[in-house]
Design a protein around this ligand. Sequence first.
Ligand code: ZN
Length: 245
Amino acid sequence: MKGNMKHTFKLEKRDKLLLYFEQAAKSYGISKFDHHFCKIKGNDEVAQYLESAGLHKWSKAHIDGCRYNVMTTNIAESINSVLWFARMLPVVHLIDEIINLLVKWFSKSRDFALKCTSTLCPDFGEKKLRRRLECASRMNVVKLNHVEYNVVDGDMDCHVHLTNNTCSRRNFQLEQLPCKHVDVVCRFLKLYVYSMASRYYTRNTWLNAYSYTINPVQPQELWVIPEDVTSTKSEKDDQKKMTVL
Ligand SMILES: [Zn+2]
């Protein structure tokens, strides 16, 4: 989105509008988003362009579901950029390239997951959670009732609700990974903080996702074609011949 915006309005790399866009996109709270987006509204055209693209597609504050810590608006574009070199090939070769790519991805990711010793994937949760745990040691907790807690974070208070799995700053519910306020509440209650993270961040889910082996397609001479498939093919060939006649 940032690239499209830069290209459409011919913005310089250091244009402030790009900085405001990044700040708005990364804001979890609506009020923080509004604060940054207001600065973009100084340029009507850019603001309208971003609004018409759909705020829910690029802003964390407006997403209509859980985005975890991944922000992509179009998975097809991501795949396109990886396959740009193969797009000119005939379709059979393109499919071969896609299979080769998947073979490499699955094998590499499976190796990483097998070597991983942490509870969460290192780059998708573990490092982030550990950094948050360090910050959490400097905060205080006030118990409101058995499920609600107030966390004093600098000069701002955050409200954590353990049953609803929410924090008033919204990081927790949007990422499904404990924020520093949830961390400090867990520490206060002697709860295992990792149990509050979505299973999608865990090493086990990572391992399961890549547990299957992608096999390359063997040369056609080695294919073992079931009889029912062969007979269907012959019937279709006969029909084609009849149509030509
Ligand atoms: Zn929080």
